[in-house]
Design a protein around this ligand. Sequence first.
Ligand code: COA
Length: 180
Amino acid sequence: MKIYIRPYELTDLEDLLDLRVRNRFFLEPFEPIHSPSFYKPQGQMDWIAQAMREREADRGYSFGVFENLSEELVGHVALANVVRGAWQNCTIGYWVDRAHNGLGIGTEAVHQAVEFAFVEARLHRVQAAVMPQNGPSLHILQKVGFRLEGRALRYLHINGTWEDHDIYAMTLEDWRDVKP
Ligand SMILES: CC(C)(COP(=O)(O)OP(=O)(O)OC[C@H]1O[C@@H](n2cnc3c(N)ncnc32)[C@H](O)[C@@H]1OP(=O)(O)O)[C@@H](O)C(=O)NCCC(=O)NCCS
């Protein structure tokens, strides 16, 4: 295993800010528009504090992705929009440092986050939404064992445009069938 995931700590601020700034133009086509302050120390400090509050409230679980040997922060994976009751559902999002793409890190990070969702958070369903042209991301979901449920039109406001997304999902039953 090349990487591990863990919740962000306030001491990750410098590394997270550096990673965010270096990947700003790489990630922009896949994300909502961020304000300029997002790329400043206070913006990332606020973001980490918000992630901690979300975890405390069982609303979302964000993780840094770290290389095993170097312990370098190389990406991000998050379970967001946690809803309990009859749904027990969350959505998953992820990205990997551009310089570390193509090494299997995204696949392993999604795999570990899904395991957390079913084993630690005891959720029943994880949903992913991917723009149809995002080949690497679609490939990750298929490799981890997500099922395509259909296309949602004008689903998320990404980089200033309401983009269609393919909805993928995995339930606990699917995961039990595919996990190693
Ligand atoms: C998508 C992303 C997370 C992939 O991270 P990664 O660490 O490079 O992913 P992996 O190396 O684990 O896997 C990528 C797979 O896609 C494959 N791939 C690459 N380009 C591809 C393409 N155009 N079409 C289909 N598959 C492709 C790779 O070969 C690899 O598969 P393999 O391991 O079977 O060879 C990363 O590119 C990223 O951060 N993108 C921007 C943000 C983003 O798109 N997030 C997801 C939003 S839903």
